[in-house]
Design a protein around this ligand. Structure first.
Ligand code: HAM
Length: 421
C-alpha cells in the first residue's frame, strides 16, 4: 500500500462535485463585481516568495533546488505571484486592474483538521486604487461569497495595520522591525510583544498607545470614539479617519462586521485596512478568509501602486458549510442512461447513446449487464432517465424512455431524438 504524503488529501467524486459547485459560486460572485480570472505557476523562484512574506510563511515553505541549481518554492499563497504578473504584464492596463484566482497552495505546517500542506485558495486582488470605496468593495465581495454560499455562522473582523505602523513610526521603528512587531502581535503572545517593544526602543507613550489600540474590539460606535481619544495628536489619526470612511461605505452593502484593531496578519506586505473572517464552528483553524490593503508592486520593481485583496481558504470554507449541515447541494450530473435488452443490440444502444449525449450527459452500460441489474445501477446513481433499447421497438424505429422518478415509461422515435438536437 502506498500512502498519501502527510497533509494532502484525495477527493472522491461526491466531494469533488461539491467542491466544483462551491467553486462556481465563488467564481460567479467574483465576476459579478468585474474581476477576471488569471493563472500563475504552481512553483516560483524562492526570492519572490520570501520577499515581504513574513516569518511565518517563510518558516513553512516547501522549497528545493532544481536540477539547474535554482532555488524554487511551491507557492504558499497567490498575492506575490499575482503581483509579479502585474508588474511584468499589466502595469499599462487602465486602472483599476481587477483579478481573481483559484489555485492550490503549499505550506509545510503540522497538519490537523482545517490545516493542510496542500490547500486551495480563492481570492481577488484590486490593483491601482487606494480609495475607500475600493477597499469597502473588496470586503463586500468576500461578504457576498458567504451570502451566496449560504454560510450563516461567521464573524467578519476589520482592523487597520496603517494605524499600528504609524504609531511605531512615531518612535522611528524601521519597516523591518515594524514587521517583527506585527508578526508577534499576530501570534498573540503579549509578554513576547512587550519584551520586543522594549528591545526595539519604542517610546513609553507610543507603547501604551499601541497596546491600548490593540485591545479595541467591538461595534463601530463603541470602539471608534475610544480610538480617536487614544490617538489624539498622533500621525495615526489620519489613518483612523480613512478607516472610518471605509466602515461607513460598508453600510451600503449591508455588510455586518466587528471592528478589531488587534488584527496584525501574518504577512509583511500589509499597510492599511486588514480583515479576517472566522467560522467559529471550525475551532482552532477558524480563519476562513484573510486580506487587506498592501504594497508589493514597488518591492517587485514596479511603480508604487496601491492594492487590496483577500483569499479564502477554500477547504475551510467547505468544512464550515458542512458543519452547518448545509454542505453544498450536488445533483447527479448524468441525465441519461442507455441499456440494451440484449447484448446483440449493443451497437444500436451505443449509437443511441452518441445521439442522446448531444442532448445531455449520458452513460451506457459497460458491464454487459442484464436489464434488471443495469436499471439498478441507474437507480443507485440517481440517473433520472433511462433509454431501454429493445429489438421489437428498434424495428419500428423506436426506443423506450423511462422516467426513473415517476416510473412512467413511453416510446420515443429515434429519428426525433436526432431532430431534437
Ligand atoms: P492568509 O491569511 O495567509 O492570507 O491565507 C488566506 C487563507 O488561506 C486563510 O484565511 C486560511 O483560510 C487559508 N489557509 C492558510 N493556510 C492554510 C492551511 N495550511 N490549510 C488550509 N487553509 C489554509 C494570504 O494568503 C493572503 N495572500 C491573502 C491576501 C490576498 N491578502 C491580500 N490579498
Amino acid at each position: 500500500m502506498f500512502k498519501r504524503p502527510r497533509g494532502t488529501r484525495d477527493f472522491l467524486a461526491d466531494e469533488m462535485s461539491k467542491r466544483r459547485t462551491a467553486e462556481q459560486i465563488l467564481r460567479a460572485t467574483f465576476e459579478s463585481f468585474g474581476y477576471k480570472e488569471i493563472g500563475t505557476p504552481t512553483f516560483e523562484n524562492l526570492d519572490l516568495v520570501t520577499a515581504k512574506s513574513g516569518e511565518d510563511i517563510v518558516e513553512h515553505l516547501y522549497c528545493f533546488k532544481d536540477k539547474g541549481g535554482r532555488d524554487i518554492a511551491l507557492r504558499p499563497e497567490l498575492t506575490a505571484p499575482v503581483m509579479r504578473l502585474y508588474v511584468n504584464e499589466l502595469q499599462r492596463t487602465p486602472k483599476p486592474v481587477k483579478l481573481y484566482y483559484f489555485g492550490n497552495c503549499f505550506r509545510y505546517e503540522r497538519p490537523q483538521s482545517g490545516r493542510y500542506r496542500e490547500f486551495w485558495q480563492a481570492g481577488i486582488e484590486l490593483i491601482g486604487t487606494d480609495r475607500a470605496e475600493g477597499e469597502a468593495e473588496v470586503i463586500a465581495v468576500a461578504f457576498d461569497v458567504l451570502k451566496n454560499l449560504g454560510l450563516k455562522d461567521f464573524e467578519l473582523h476589520i482592523g487597520h495595520i496603517g494605524i499600528l505602523r504609524k504609531i511605531l513610526e512615531e518612535s522611528s521603528v524601521p519597516e523591518n522591525e515594524q514587521n517583527s512587531i506585527l508578526n508577534t502581535i499576530d501570534k498573540g503572545d503579549g509578554e513576547e510583544l512587550e519584551g520586543l517593544l522594549h528591545r526595539l526602543g519604542v517610546m513609553e507613550e507610543d507603547r501604551e498607545k499601541l497596546l491600548k489600540i490593540l485591545e479595541l474590539r467591538g461595534q463601530e460606535k463603541e470602539v471608534l470614539p475610544g480610538a480617536y481619544r487614544i490617538l489624539e495628536g498622533s500621525k495615526a489619526l489620519e489613518e483612523l479617519k480613512r478607516f472610518e470612511m471605509i466602515l461607513d461605505l460598508l453600510k451600503v452593502f449591508d455588510v455586518e462586521f466587528t471592528v478589531n484593531l488587534g488584527i496584525a496578519r501574518g504577512l509583511d506586505y500589509y499597510t492599511g485596512m486588514v480583515f479576517e473572517i472566522y467560522a467559529n464552528r471550525l475551532g482552532a483553524e477558524k480563519q476562513i478568509c484573510g486580506g487587506g490593503t498592501y504594497s508589493l508592486v514597488e518591492t517587485f520593481g514596479g511603480e508604487d501602486t496601491p492594492s487590496c485583496g483577500f483569499a479564502f481558504g477554500f477547504d475551510r470554507l467547505l468544512l464550515a458549510l458542512e458543519l452547518e449541515k448545509k454542505g453544498v447541494q450536488v445533483e447527479c450530473k448524468t441525465r441519461f442512461f442507455v441499456v440494451p435488452t440484449d447484448q446483440k443490440l449493443l451497437k444500436d444502444a451505443m449509437k443511441i447513446s452518441v445521439i442522446v449525449r448531444k442532448i445531455g450527459p449520458c452513460e451506457i452500460d459497460l458491464m454487459g449487464r442484464k436489464l434488471k441489474k443495469a436499471m439498478a445501477y441507474a437507480s443507485n446513481h440517481e440517473i433520472p432517465f433511462v433509454f431501454i433499447v429493445g429489438e421489437e421497438e428498434l424495428r419500428r424505429g423506436m426506443v423506450i424512455l423511462k422516467n426513473m422518478g415517476t416510473g412512467e415509461q413511453r416510446e420515443v422515435e429515434i429519428a426525433r431524438l436526432t431532430m431534437d438536437r
